[in-house]
Every structure is written in structure tokens, then in C-alpha cells.
Write a protein that binds this ligand. Structure first.
Ligand code: ADP
Ligand code: MG
Length: 275
């Protein structure tokens, strides 16, 4: 197991209907690493939401496996607790509770944790500051704009420091400026806090703001585009290989002695640590 892999799906398959009528997901293999910001594109009905639901343990696969930080979801006994601790969800409709103000909404996931009322409030307020709503703690959802509500939902998704944030069309209900603000926020959270985020969208402009795009068609991965550079994937593969692991530990396998790797070892190590 590679410990910087946050999500791994193996042959992930979901069939809806008793007679196997709809193959919503059909053998999806996906690896998401710590600190990635990945978008999942694809036409309506291509399986995007199903993929997020399965990764977030809201539903179970028909076939295949999901590993979160190396743990197979099939072996998780308490899925509610798993979800609460490891997954932050952001949906198209923000799902805020209308009678609770912003900070109270963000506190909700913290009720499962042994925190004092004061600590809970402090943590929720800190997250709202982080998403730029430090001056809106007492506002009810009805007193916030669509974009602000979605930011509250993002703060709520992050408040438990989840392993992975899953956002299903988070900009789908917003005007384009608010949508851009929400994506900028997700980018900042990814860059500054190292949050690992999967964003489902059918908007190419939204997808382009992320570092990697995969496209689903009829439940299959159609295209994986490493946006920074196609070579980055090669470097990541090297990093995960036995050679990459040796280099990261500062070792050159004895079989490769004489190639001059010794001189560039620190450089290689530095590069692999970055990708
Ligand atoms: P997307 O999010 O890409 O629009 P979905 O993952 O929601 O697509 O759906 C993929 C396919 O699975 C669609 O054909 C949809 O009708 C079907 N589907 C999704 N959820 C269910 C369900 N609970 N019962 C039956 N069919 C479903
Ligand atoms: Mg969907």
C-alpha cells in the first residue's frame, strides 16, 4: 500500500435494478492521492454521482472495491462513523438546516466528537473564517447568497478534517461569478491546506480549474487528463514503483550502481517528493 493514496477504486461496479438493467458504474479503477484536486466530468447519467456516493460510503458497490487510505470499505463496521470522520460532502443543493445559523450548521459534524461547546464553536467559526465568512457567523441560510451558502456547506464538509472532500456539482446551482468563487475557494483549500478534493461537474470551465480531469461515459473512465503535464503521471508511476520507493528512502538499488545515480540522488528524491 502506498500511504499517499487517499482513494483507490478497483473494478468498481454498480448495477441498479434487479435484472441488472443499469450499469451506472462499470469497472472503474481510480487512484486519488493526498492533496489532489480532481474533477470528474461526463454527461448526465454517466455515473458521476454514483461514483461519489460509493466513495463516500452512501451506497455499496455491486462489484469491486473501494479503499480509503488503504482501508477496504467492505470491512468498515460503522459506516456512519466512517463518513463522519473521513468524508466531507458538498452537494449541488447546499443541504443547510434553515433554522440554524451559519456557525451552527458548520458545527453539526462535530457533535459526534468529544468536544466542549466552546471548542466546537471555535472550530466552526475558524472554518467559516477560512472560507471568507468570518463576518457571517450568525446569519441564517436565508440571509446568505447562494454562493455564500455553498461556502458554508464547504466549511461544514471540512470541519472534521476529512481524508477526502466529495463535491457533487457544487457550482451547479450558482450564477457564474458565484460558481467561480466557489471553485477558487476549493483551489485555495487544496493548495493552502492540502485538502484532497474530488469535484463532479459537467462544466468544462469548472473542470479546467482543477489539476486533473477524468471523464465518465456509460459508467466507464473515458479519458484521464493530467493537466499540468502528461509526464507528471510518469513521475507519479515512478514514485509508486520499487525504484521510486528506494529513491525516496535515499537508496540506490545495488543493480543500478555505476549509472551515476548517486550524484543526482538528492535531486531525484526532491522531485519525487513533489509530484
Ligand atoms: P450522473 O451523476 O453522471 O448524472 P448518476 O450516477 O446519477 O449519473 O446515474 C448513473 C445511472 O444510474 C443513470 O442511468 C441513472 O438513471 C442510474 N441511477 C442512479 N441512481 C439510481 C438509483 N438509485 N436507482 C436506479 N437507477 C439509478
Ligand atoms: Mg449527478
Amino acid at each position: 500500500m502506498n500511504d499517499n493514496i487517499v482513494v483507490e477504486t478497483r473494478n468498481l461496479t454498480k448495477v441498479f435494478g434487479d435484472g441488472g438493467e443499469v450499469r451506472a458504474l462499470d469497472g472503474v479503477n481510480l487512484i486519488v492521492r493526498q492533496g489532489e484536486l480532481l474533477s470528474v466530468m461526463g454527461p448526465s447519467g454517466s455515473g458521476k454521482s454514483t461514483l461519489l456516493h460509493l466513495i463516500g460510503a452512501l451506497d455499496r458497490p455491486t462489484e469491486g472495491q473501494i479503499l480509503i487510505r488503504g482501508q477496504d470499505l467492505a470491512t468498515v463496521k460503522n459506516l456512519d462513523r466512517f463518513r463522519n470522520e473521513e468524508v466531507g460532502f458538498v452537494f449541488q443543493l447546499h443541504n443547510l438546516i434553515p433554522t440554524l445559523n451559519a456557525v451552527e450548521n458548520v458545527e453539526i459534524p462535530l457533535y459526534e466528537q468529544p468536544l466542549s461547546e466552546k471548542k466546537r464553536r471555535q472550530k466552526a467559526a475558524k472554518l467559516l473564517e477560512l472560507v471568507g465568512l468570518g463576518d457571517r457567523l450568525d446569519h441564517l441560510p436565508s440571509q446568505l447568497s447562494g454562493g455564500q451558502r455553498q461556502k458554508v456547506a464547504i466549511a461544514r464538509a471540512l470541519v472534521n478534517d476529512p481524508a477526502i472532500v466529495l463535491a457533487d456539482e457544487p457550482t451547479g446551482n450558482l450564477d457564474s461569478q458565484s460558481g467561480q468563487d466557489v471553485m477558487t475557494l476549493l483551489q485555495e483549500l487544496n493548495e493552502r491546506q492540502g485538502s484532497t478534493i474530488i469535484v463532479v461537474t459537467h462544466d468544462p470551465a469548472v473542470a479546467r480549474t482543477t489539476k486533473r480531469i477524468i471523464t465518465l461515459h456509460d459508467g466507464r473512465v473515458a479519458r484521464a487528463v493530467p493537466l499540468e503535464s502528461p509526464y507528471l503521471e510518469d513521475l507519479r508511476e515512478l514514485k509508486d514503483s520499487p525504484l521510486g520507493k528506494s529513491l525516496l528512502e535515499g537508496e540506490i538499488p545495488s543493480e543500478l550502481e555505476g549509472l551515476g545515480l548517486e550524484q543526482v540522488k538528492p535531486l531525484l528524491k526532491g522531485i519525487l517528493e513533489k509530484v
